[in-house]
Design a protein around this ligand. Sequence first.
Ligand SMILES: O=C(O)C[C@H](O)C(=O)O
Ligand code: SF4
Length: 515
Amino acid sequence: MRQFEESVYKLIVETSTNLPGDVRRAVNRGRALENEATRAGLALSTITQNINMAEEQISPICQDTGMPTFIIHTPVGVNQIEMKKDIKSAIQRATKNGKLRPNSVDSLTGENSGDNLGPGTPVMHFEQWEEDYIDIRLILKGGGCENKNIQYSLPAELEGLGRAGRDLDGIRKCILHAVYQAQGQGCSAGFIGVGIGGDRTTGYELAKQQLFRPVDDVNPVPELDRLERYIMEAGNQLGIGTMGFGGEVTLLGCKIGAANRLPASFFVSVAYNCWAFRRQGVKIDPATGEIAGWLYPSGSEVPMEEPRQESAATADASLPSKGREVVLQTPITEEQIRSLRVGDVVIIQGEMHTGRDALHKYLMDHDAPVDLNGAVIYHCGPVMLKDEEGWHVKAAGPTTSIREEPYQGEIIKKFGIRAVIGKGGMGPKTLAALQEHGGVYLNAIGGAAQYYAECIKNVNGVDFMEFGIPEAMWHLSVEGFAAIVTMDSHGASLHEGVEKASLEKLASFKEAVFK
Ligand SMILES: O=C(O)C[C@H](O)C(=O)O
Ligand code: SF4
């Protein structure tokens, strides 16, 4: 097993940087359904470009490389203790080389271990089997979509759908509700794995196991096959669309499994995975530790077509189209902000500052280390590497903004911030502050970490390294950083609109389908 550590390293790099072929096909199918001149179409074009850039540069598709989770099957007699050591060493090496972001945070102290190792990380599930080879699969599922996982206990009363009973139709309602409640925050269009039954723990495990099924397989259980097809069809009618921008494509895959349950319990567990659905696997020779084959089609076999030249002739007036394009140099004035409307595309030039959970909490009762008057705050936890010349950005897409809702409004007003960039939108408190102070919320395309990293021309400095790399406040010089206004200073919010419309649509699926 001399080569085992190297094989795991290759698996990690491939999973993080090259979206598998079956997932790419699903993204391509989705893109073909969406008009390119719409916001959702623009988002899918950016996603496509990003997938290609990550493969070419062998860099993370998304900066959130998730909770590395390995499912390992070994022949009897293989030393699992040695394998665990090698897996940990490969994880450490991949983190050091910028293929994984340091993502393991002490839940009590907030300290980032820096190498993705720590209590409970990485996750490793071992199982013995009677085959003569090792099967090792890895999923890198990010925190934003993990936060959108949901577990239902039947019977339940569901918003928009009414009562969900302990039957197939009740299950149907739970799954549709799960897609609705995620909105764009888990970087739709998404893939869902569903576990019916089990207990609270094994239900979620079953849901995650479904994510290891090939995107194009057919469920061998006829009722579940029917349910999967139904959910794909109905889920895509909710109109949430890519990044919650509205549109035709909300779901790219749905896989459902069932396990027995206790008489008193009836759980439906849903694992939501973003479009950046990073999972791969390898067969390994137990004698040498070498890779004997890959378990999912390689991304390199399925090209992602780069955006076509858009033309007015293809624009459908009934769809939400992109607005004007406005270039803004930082620092930004109130007047410039007040002229922006939901739908406008803003191109930022100048400096922006990253800030997420730790920074927002800190700024509530401390001063900022830099002047934030007219500034742009970017909800982003980048992958960074340091060499003799200084820091380099390896991946830098947006994080889910709603986590900052308790703080954002006050912070905008306290420091004079003019623009906040993130993804998934924010709530009424932030919207009110944007209106009062003259601010704007810009939605960047979640997961497009290579696309945005390329816009960052210099790392001007960093504060709060003690928060760890993702949570530190990075000061970045950007050129041509594009994002869409989804909340403006006149009280308009695209997110509010899409949520309301999708709830109405959800309610149209109230009637029983599976009797
Ligand atoms: O942690 C991050 O960088 C992003 C996270 O996966 C998210 O979707 O919010
Ligand atoms: S930012 Fe989006 S694409 Fe990246 S891990 Fe989070 S949910 Fe997935």
